[in-house]
Design a protein around this ligand. Sequence first.
Ligand SMILES: Cc1ncc(COP(=O)(O)O)c(C=O)c1O
Length: 378
Amino acid sequence: MSWDLPKQILDLQAQGLWRELRTLDQQGSVVHIEGRELINFCSNDYLGLASSETLREALLEGVARYGAGAGASRLVCGTLKPHRELEEALAAFKRTEAALTFTSGYAVALGTLPALVGPGDTVILDKLSHACLVDAARLSGATLRVFPHNHMGKLSKLLETAKGRVLIVTEAIFSMDGDACPLAEIIELKERHGAWLMLDEAHSVGVLGPQGRGLAAALGLEERVELHMGTLSKAFGLSGGYLAAARSVIDLLINRARSFIYSTAPPPCIAQAAQAALALISGPEGDRRRDALRSHLHFLNLESPAASAILPVIIGDENQAMRVSARLRESGFLIPAIRFPTVARGSARLRITCTAAHRQDQLQSLQKTLRAVLGTRS
Ligand SMILES: Cc1ncc(COP(=O)(O)O)c(C=O)c1O
């Protein structure tokens, strides 16, 4: 490949794959971009916590008590009280012995997989797994095997020939499709073959299960998952990620996970606010917000295969998806087109996400506009 960057840019543009940053005034169900008001149907702030008073206040309190930054990595002098308290609260929430927080969900994956598996081992991934899981599996040096999305027959076959320690990695709710993994079947298979499972609950925690504890909790399977991965960046309304597991796993991660060891600790105010978010998510206010979200999803009646808040509308062609997204924007909606490499070529889509913070009139207006823009599809 040449260094001809303008040509590379033109190529991306011609394929409908060019991306640009947009600046919003703040996070919420109504946002302003370049002076225009848009109804936001693409955020992962599923419970509407990012702009909540609760989290604003918790963050400010955290800054007042602990200052702005952590000052160092966790193992040097960056571990403050809120980090430890948050990890204890997350472990209790996920019903595990321990938990460890990272600066992002991405960093959780990148730190965890190479810390636990390596050359001679096997990582088996669902084809639609998030980029951070794929990157982490590659980084680990383990043999990488991929099964077609949710295809248990193929997973079973791969398990039969897998070498070394075997780790299955999948998402609870798939980020771009909104469907769930067949968790009970995956657990049966991994137990039969003595493999471990890392379950990424990025899009299910806060949304599904008792107290918003996620898909594994919803199915009563929490105790049979070895590695519970999650993010503080979606339903928690903040940023960061965590891995909840047995104490021995967490102790090993503290010693080996490079994205944990060699990165400055998350600001303590974030850890403080994440405790407030967790209390809210797992309490009556969380239930109230989940009820609101469910009734919004019921009203929209789009294809949400797993009661998740992710409603994909597949368009196919990348340029067409861009045009549809532009029309929605002209009509006052922020719903970007999701394209390759986030999803497979030719499967570009609108990824509509619903949150507890949406209002009924916004949902009605979305429904009407989708009908107009997509024809009969909605
Ligand atoms: C399934 C999944 N896992 C992990 C991540 C990464 O989480 P974070 O945004 O906290 O880095 C994301 C978010 O993009 C995701 O969708």
